[in-house]
Ligand binder design. Structure first.
Ligand code: AMP
Length: 280
């Protein structure tokens, strides 16, 4: 596996592979890899002759009071795991290289960025969209893969790619879960044992609500009540629970098969997100 830290070198590498007719697949990550990331890499292998994983903890997507400073990092572990999952190039630029003092531009995907997580984390998706566009311009992938766990992020990136006529295919990959259902996340390492046990109530509530929908319950408020009940009895504090249209992220008063139940909740100070599709 080749390790590239320089932006011009990464662009040169990709231009050369493209000139040889090879397809490039990109999996952007912030590192501290778990099985969710590895699933993206394995899927990415199928989409490209060259698999690039970016490892960049993007300062632009963290709010001033968020966990940028303490976000878990372990480069050596990530290097080994990434290589074993089939990565050809690990692109890990420095923040100073990605955001020089002269940096001014931002990408805003209006309407999708300011709802759900965007309400609690103002500016977060502007940071995400901007860094993803930068990574696309640097790595020049034919395909880029993102997890459904971060469903709002996936929706925003699909919209950005469509709106800006980007020649990249965006592929969503299903959420990888712990045996008790908790969606894998680098931030799960913040949880105490008790919080970790309580966190399983999120996916339990989502599964129960999706089952109720399949049995005929179409009222969004009732379905959301099921999720809220599970989380409250485990002692989690809700940030939001909503049932939204998968493309517009607009609230659906009546649940339908193109809807998705989306959740954010706090276990202590750790904010966790999850979602489930209502597709039949
Ligand atoms: P992160 O390192 O948290 O920025 O995540 C990098 C990529 O991995 C994003 O596309 C995430 O949506 C995806 N991802 C994170 N957790 C999971 C998971 N449990 N299952 C599948 N994909 C995930």
């Amino acid at each position: 596996m080749k390790i590239i830290t320089d932006i011009t070198e990464m662009q040169g590498f990709s231009l050369d592979r493209r000139a040889h007719g090879e397809r490039i697949a990109l999996v952007p990550t912030m590192g501290y890899l778990h099985d969710g990331h590895l699933s993206l890499l394995r899927e990415g292998r199928k989409h490209g002759d060259v698999l690039v994983m970016s490892l960049f903890v993007n300062p632009m997507q963290f709010g001033p009071k968020e966990d940028l400073g303490r976000y878990p990092r372990d480069f050596e572990r990530d290097r080994v795991l990434s290589e074993s999952a089939g990565t050809d190039v690990l692109f890990c630029p420095d923040a100073a290289l990605m955001y020089p003092a002269s940096f001014r531009t931002a990408v805003e995907v209006a309407g999708l960025s300011d709802v759900l997580c965007g309400k609690t984390r103002p500016g977060h998706f502007r940071g995400v969209a901007t860094v993803v566009l930068k990574l696309f311009n640097i790595v020049m992938p034919h395909t880029a893969l993102f997890g459904e766990k971060d469903f709002q992020q996936l929706t925003i990136i699909k919209q950005m790619a469509e709106d800006l006529n980007m020649a990249v295919e965006i592929v969503g990959v299903p959420t990888v879960r712990e045996p008790d259902g908790l969606a894998m996340s680098s931030r799960n390492t913040y949880l105490s044992e008790a919080q970790r046990a309580a966190a399983a109530s999120i996916s339990k509530g989502l599964r129960k609500a999706a089952a109720a929908f399949k049995e005929g319950e179409k009222d969004s408020a009732s379905l959301m009540g099921i999720v809220r009940g599970e989380m409250a009895s485990a002692g989690l504090r809700e940030d939001y629970v909503d049932i939204v249209d998968e493309r517009t992220l607009g609230t659906l008063p009546a649940a339908s098969s193109h809807g998705r139940i989306v959740v954010a909740a706090y276990a202590g100070t750790t904010r966790l997100i999850d979602n489930i599709s209502l597709k039949e």
